[in-house]
Design a protein around this ligand. Structure first.
Ligand code: SAM
Length: 263
């Protein structure tokens, strides 16, 4: 898979891409990431990438022309054309659709994505209209630029590429993983279960004894119940659309029963 980044700060990506799973995946050639300097696609002496907003108001707006030139220089097929089917141009934007694990999963099926990083007040809207396939937001807050958001997208999708994680099952057992069966702790789109490691007792709190029992069936059941409890506590919105088994529903009903005040 290939990832192109169009940014005024290409050097920003040296750090985030160098470490851990992402660094290893790039080294192994599972993903190739190229950061391109938007200023190289300007045609004036000052390499101007921004201008004042029509209508007045504060701040500057990233101009459309350099972004179009940058994307076209990469040989990206025109928006809407059949050749665009295997690749996408994505504009990072606080006004975009919310990024998610399932979106990251969908991106892994493409051959190439081109990420456009905004700055200042944002990007001329013609980029969204005519160049980008999607506008993507990493959350309901405003960042100073799209670079951090691009790094988030690259990290989330790279770890889902076959071979990126040491253990292929890891991604199936993580928070938000949708594909799941009875063996999963977090399948069905819920949160992961709590994890513990040595020492067994820490500051007066012992790890749950079941995890030391060696009884794998009971451990799996405990983990699933804990994952459901954590999801119910921190992200009840996920439960409404999660894929739950009859056993999961039984566990949740029991938790609801515990909450119901008795008179
Ligand atoms: N005026 C814009 C607004 O209120 O929606 C905010 C512009 S922001 C200061 C500059 C750039 O940061 C945006 O063009 C976008 O590329 C990036 N950005 C900011 N927040 C983001 C988010 N939540 N997700 C993705 N990109 C974001």
């Amino acid at each position: 898979m290939q990832v192109e980044i169009i940014t005024i700060f290409p050097e920003f990506f040296t750090g985030p891409l160098a470490h851990g799973i992402l660094g290893r995946a790039i080294e192994a050639g599972l993903v190739q990431v190229n950061a391109h300097n938007l200023r190289n696609f300007t045609d004036d002496r000052h390499q101007t990438v921004d201008d004042r907003p029509f209508g007045g108001g504060e701040g500057m707006v990233l101009k459309a022309e350099p972004l179009f030139r940058a994307v076209e220089s990469l040989g990206v097929a025109p928006k809407g054309s059949r050749d665009r089917a295997r690749e996408q141009v994505i504009l990072l934007s606080a006004q975009g659709k919310p990024f998610s694990q399932s979106w990251a999963q969908a991106l892994t099926r493409l051959e190439r994505i081109t990420l456009l990083c905004g700055r200042y007040e944002g990007v001329d809207e013609r980029v969204s209209d005519l160049l980008a396939d999607e506008e993507l937001s990493i959350g309901d807050y405003v960042l100073s630029g799209g670079e951090l958001a691009a790094a988030v997208v690259i990290d989330a999708l790279t770890r889902l590429l076959p071979g990126a994680l040491g253990n292929a099952d890891s991604a199936r057992n993580e928070s938000f993983a949708v594909a799941g069966d009875a063996e999963e702790t977090a399948g069905g789109g819920i949160l992961d279960c709590p994890h513990y490691t040595r020492p067994f007792e820490f500051r007066g709190v012992a790890a749950p004894a079941i995890l030391n029992s060696g009884n794998h069936l009971q451990i799996r059941k405990w983990r699933r119940a804990q994952a459901l409890a954590k999801t119910r506590r921190n992200r009840p919105d996920l439960l409404a659309r999660a894929r739950l088994s009859a056993e999961d529903r039984e566990i949740l009903r029991a938790m609801d029963g515990l909450d119901t005040p008795t008179s």
